[in-house]
Design a protein. Structure first.
Length: 369
């Protein structure tokens, strides 16, 4: 495949379908990962990248690792609608922060409606602004984001391993959170099998999950050679996990969730502790997990423990399970910027547009030699 300028490396699929993509919030890590992944996509072309901080600058000014891939594309303050609507499919992916993303999406949808393009437009939000269905939970965990009640009902929670049919039928997607993704993938098969009591989850994450803007907790001298927990029993991903597991109010399934900061840049490692209703063994549980995720190409199983090095830079989720009688531990490793964010967004877009979900994503890890 010949790589062209301005990200125009499109080799149309047999259907000839092309997807034109606009990215909102183009200066952050999420946008950088989206742009990187789309360089290898055979049907999608990024035609517009917006940001208020670097408008008028080439994409590579903000994302220097993309030199030579988007040479003709500059950052702008507003979407280039003529370019976006010139494709067979039009998609907007918002990589703006919690709170800001909902407002930006409201503007996009109003603009699309004025252009008569609302029904054509596919929209994926990487923030938490539309993830939670319960208004009270949203107000508690995302106080910086208005409810957007008239828009919220149109968003589908885009966890493609659990809800692929809903994603295929959706026009608007609320992309899962990174810590939630790893936790849900480890926990969902256990909940289906049947557990007693609740789930105890600890999820360790790298510093890039907090975004590109400098913060005290992600500043390297502060984080280096240190380890800490944050928001224990109060993290915004806890109600998201419960919602995905079928108990949004937490009435039947108790979850205690602790996020922890690692001295790493990329990666999430989630450990889920549970008690089964009936005794089992590791082999039987492994068969159950494999059956649960049959046909889901990005879930892989390992015999011992997953490692972050095997998933960094990829859209894979590596899982393992250990059992002793009724006591069970499920482990999941992902890249927070790919499977935890941008990769799942591309996977969702593929499903929404009728493409193989692996399109542009079937790559090995960046594991060092």
């Amino acid at each position: 495949m010949k790589r062209g300028k301005t990200g125009d490396n499109v080799t149309a699929l047999a259907s000839g379908k092309t997807i034109h993509v606009a990215i909102l919030g183009g200066s952050g890590y999420g946008a950088g990962e989206l742009l990187r992944l789309f360089t290898q996509h055979t049907a999608a072309r990024v035609v517009s990248v917006t940001t208020s901080s670097s408008a008028g600058e080439p994409v590579a000014t903000v994302h220097p690792h993309l030199r030579g891939f988007y040479d003709g594309l500059k950052l702008t303050e507003a979407i280039d609608w003529s370019a976006l609507l010139a494709g067979d499919e039009a998609a907007v992916i918002s990589a703006r922060p919690h709170g800001a993303s909902g407002h930006a999406i409201e503007t996009v949808l109003r603009d699309a409606e004025r252009r008569g393009a609302a029904e054509r437009l596919r929209l994926i939000d990487l923030s938490g602004d539309f993830r939670l269905t319960h208004a009270a939970q949203h107000a508690r965990h995302y106080p910086q984001s208005p409810l957007h009640a008239d828009r919220r009902h149109g968003f589908v929670y885009g966890q493609p391993e659990l809800f692929p049919e809903q994603v295929v039928a959706a026009r608007r997607i609320a992309n899962p959170g990174c810590l939630a993704t790893a936790s849900i993938l480890a926990a969902a098969p256990l909940v289906k099998l049947g557990i007693e009591g609740g789930l105890a989850i600890d999820a360790k994450t790298g510093s890039s999950g907090s975004g590109r803007q400098l913060k005290e907790t992600t500043h390297h001298p502060t984080r280096h050679s240190d380890f800490r927990a944050y928001r224990p029993l109060a993290h915004q991903h806890e109600p998201e996990i419960l919602q995905a597991l079928g108990d949004p109010g937490g009435q039947q399934l108790a979850v205690s969730f602790v996020a922890q900061s690692m001295d790493l840049v990329r990666g999430i490692f989630a450990t889920v502790h549970a008690t089964l209703r009936e005794p089992s063994d590791a082999k039987a549980l492994r068969r159950h997990f494999e059956s649960f995720y049959a046909g889901r190409p990005f879930v892989r199983f390992v015999d011992e423990s997953p490692t972050l090095q095997e998933v960094v830079g990829t859209n894979f989720a590596d899982l393992a399970v250990a059992c002793r009688g009724r006591q069970v531990i499920a482990l999941c490793a992902i890249d927070n910027l790919v499977k935890g964010m941008a990769g799942t967004a591309v996977q969702n877009l593929n499903l929404m547009c009728g493409l193989p979900e692996t399109t542009g994503l079937w790559t090995p890890s960046l594991r060092p030699l």
